[in-house]
Structure formats: structure tokens, C-alpha cells
Design a protein around this ligand. Structure first.
Ligand code: ZN
Length: 99
């Protein structure tokens, strides 16, 4: 009878230990869930097309173009201002500013 009593005690120990382990695992899972940051807000930047209006300056009665047209591509193809030169993004033509 004494042996059975010991066995039952050991079983009880196991029973006691097992739920503790289970609890630990559950806590770990909960921590992981808590550690997850809130949904990241991805800010979508709306892409606006070429801001053509930035290439013109509206005067009192007339429009003046701030950048010249490309000599190769013709009208409608503005050249980018790179400080000392103008370049065309369409054909790659570059023209140095006359100083
Ligand atoms: Zn061009």
C-alpha cells in the first residue's frame, strides 16, 4: 500500500507540474500576441502626374515658360533645370546654359 501511495504522490506531482508548464506556454503565447505592434499604417502617397503647371508662370496677361522646350523633341517636352544646364528627360538631350 505504501508503494501505491508513493506512486500516487508522484503522479500528483506530475499533474501539478504539467499544468504549470502549460500555463507558461500560454503566457508566452500571450506575450507574443501583446508584443505584436498595432497595425502599421501604411501611408499611401497619391502620385500626381507631372505638375505641368509648375513649368509656367502666370503673368498679368501672359504665360511665361520657366523652362525651355527640348530642341529635339519639340514643343511640349520641357527640359529639366539642373542648375548649369537643361536636360530633356525624354531623349536625354542636354544643353548648357549660356552665361
Ligand atoms: Zn528631348
Amino acid at each position: 500500500m505504501s508503494k501505491k501511495a508513493v506512486e500516487t504522490k508522484e503522479k500528483d506531482k506530475e499533474k501539478v507540474e504539467k499544468p504549470e508548464e502549460a500555463k507558461v506556454v500560454e503566457e508566452a503565447v500571450e506575450e507574443k500576441v501583446v508584443a505584436k505592434p498595432a497595425k502599421k499604417r501604411v501611408e499611401k502617397k497619391k502620385k500626381i502626374g507631372k505638375k505641368i503647371f509648375t513649368y509656367y508662370k502666370l503673368g498679368d496677361e501672359n504665360l511665361t515658360r520657366l523652362r525651355p522646350f527640348c530642341e529635339r523633341c519639340g514643343q511640349g517636352y520641357f527640359m529639366a533645370d539642373h542648375g548649369d544646364r537643361y536636360t530633356c528627360g525624354h531623349c536625354g538631350f542636354s544643353r548648357y546654359k549660356q552665361t
